[in-house]
Design a protein around this ligand. Structure first.
Ligand code: HAM
Length: 503
């Protein structure tokens, strides 16, 4: 019964919210229309028809995009904190790159016939007729920056950490957005498989620290560009021989990129894929040794991995190692959180010297989803020790200055300048759990004084505004003394301590 009522209530609330949005939208549209109408009236005799044609303002995010509200931010802060901490620990330098890049920086590296370039990029012409896009991914941007700033001149390997938004015109679903957030760890200038193992280890550490414990890495090697070209020929012949068993849309992909067929979730296609030749059986000797060494490192690190012989990551820039990391839920379902691999030819293909590289990216939206699902601990921001309450215009003015002074003294302070009601502010101070509340009312503002209230003992004293910082500090110290006495000597002495404070 209760559940039904809740459901009805939720439905009702949603309906109400929708109607509010609609009303607000049509109100806004009428406003725009009236404004425009008024403006045109002076110059011409605009008809009513023109006014109706104005599009209503949709008070909604664009499809696939979303707002991240304050209530969710603690998870984001926690994720960002851990991601940045690990980057520092492993010696990565942060790099920020623009959201808009030239289209051809991405087209060739990712691959013209890939799903992403064909269907998912937000590409457009600027007013200056440049062909640009909203980055769908960071890897080509970072490679562009590496070349643009001649990073090959720096000591190698060079480790770069990047984080920010990416855009893909994907079909929106839970965990799949058109605007999403990534964090990437990339290492340039070294081909030793120990670095492949190290980036996998970083991914593992981030997940453990975020409380995402049940994870699985899937790894594969897709060889060099040359060995992959030979392997693709084999694969094409195989899929062509099974053409009749594949749904028609897959038949067109065979000649374009047979490896894309492996990404299908279609039962029939998956059955055909079972008998297909596998990349690791057709590796060149160097790639095979490289992969074997990587697996030895992973064993040494005792990381939870399995070999997935059909994993290919769908972007042309990858060579040799590719991997993905999943969270496994209580039903055994996998949730992709991140992925990466080697891209040893990317710099050369963009016009630079041969430069091996390895990296991976996490989807931060997905990390947050997983943290919420697991109800992991979210980030606890530092607690303010002091609350500044004020009443009246003059008090507010004085409080602004005092607030800055307290912060400059290194004391975390909270306020609520938007509230006029002293009672509400005191309740707020209590809720936050501060040690000291400073009160500046109308009288204090005129006198140049402030009331310092010790929130633990309830005692208060009036001090001059010039001595506020010292008074706050000593009130905070008194609190520490009370705590110590409390611990060592029990309740009786605690009373004594309070008495002596009152004196
Ligand atoms: P990716 O697998 O395309 O790799 O993306 C990395 C992660 O971004 C995914 O595992 C997923 O968590 C997240 N992600 C991707 N698309 C979406 C989406 N539509 N909505 C929400 N999250 C999404 C790369 O982008 C490579 N550049 C990673 C890399 C860095 N490789 C080497 N260095």
């Amino acid at each position: 019964m209760a559940a039904t009522t809740k459901k009805t209530a939720t439905k009702g609330t949603k309906k109400m919210a929708k109607s509010v949005i609609k009303k607000a939208a049509s109100k806004a549209a009428t406003k725009v229309a009236t404004k425009k109408g008024a403006a045109t009236k002076k110059t011409s005799t605009s008809s009513k028809k023109d006014v109706v044609a104005i599009e209503p303002v949709l008070l909604q995010c664009v499809k696939g995009m979303r707002d991240i509200l304050p209530g969710e931010q603690s998870y984001w802060q926690q994720a960002r904190k851990v991601l940045e901490y690990e980057a520092e620990e492993y010696g990565f330098g942060r790099i920020d790159v623009p959201v808009i890049e030239y289209e051809n920086t991405f087209t060739q590296p990712i691959g013209k016939s890939t799903e992403m370039i064909e269907r998912e990029v937000y590409a457009f012409k600027t007013r200056g007729r440049e062909n640009v896009l909203l980055r769908p991914d960071f890897t080509p941007s970072i490679a562009r920056a590496y070349l643009q700033h001649s990073m090959n001149m720096f000591t190698q390997p060079i480790k770069l950490f990047s984080t920010g938004r990416s855009y893909r015109y994907d079909r929106p679903a839970e965990g799949r957005y058109r605007e999403f957030h990534q964090a990437n760890y990339d290492i340039y200038g070294e081909e030793d498989p120990v670095l492949d193992a190290q980036v996998i280890q970083i991914a593992y550490r981030v997940l453990q620290k975020l409380g995402i414990k049940n994870v699985q890495f899937q790894v594969n090697s897709i060889g060099t560009q040359e060995s992959r070209a030979q392997y693709k020929d084999l694969l094409t012949s195989y899929f062509l021989s099974k053409k009749n068993k594949l749904p028609s849309k897959y038949r067109d992909i065979i000649e374009k990129d047979p490896m894309r067929i492996f990404d299908s979730k279609d039962e029939k296609v998956m059955q055909v894929c079972v008998g297909a030749p596998q990349a690791i059986d057709h590796l060149d000797k160097e790639s095979r040794d490289h992969f074997k060494n990587l697996l030895e490192y992973l064993d040494e690190l005792d990381l939870p991995y399995m070999i997935n012989p059909t994993l290919n990551r769908g972007m042309d820039y990858y060579t040799r190692t590719v991997f993905e990391v999943y969270a496994i839920d209580e039903k055994g379902l996998r949730h992709a959180l991140g992925g990466g691999g080697r891209y040893d030819d990317l710099i050369e293909n963009l016009g630079g010297e041969p430069t091996p590289a390895i990296g991976f990216g996490f989807g931060i939206d997905r990390l947050v989803l997983e943290m919420k699902r697991l109800k992991t601990k979210s980030y606890k921001p530092p607690q303010p020790k002091v609350y500044l309450a004020q009443l009246g215009d003059l008090a507010k003015k004085k409080s602004l200055k005092i607030f800055a002074e307290i912060e400059n003294a290194g004391i975390l302070v909270a306020e609520s300048f938007g509230r006029g009601n002293l009672m509400e502010q005191m309740e707020q101070a209590q809720k936050i759990g501060v040690e000291v509340t400073l009160i500046i009312g109308q009288k204090e503002a005129l006198d140049g004084t402030a009331i310092v209230k010790n929130m633990h003992t309830g005692t208060q004293e009036t001090v001059t505004q010039e001595s506020v910082i010292n008074a706050v500090k000593s009130a905070m110290k008194k609190h520490v003394v009370v705590k110590k006495v409390n611990k060592r000597d029990g309740k009786k002495d605690d009373k004594k301590a309070r008495k002596s404070q009152k004196k």
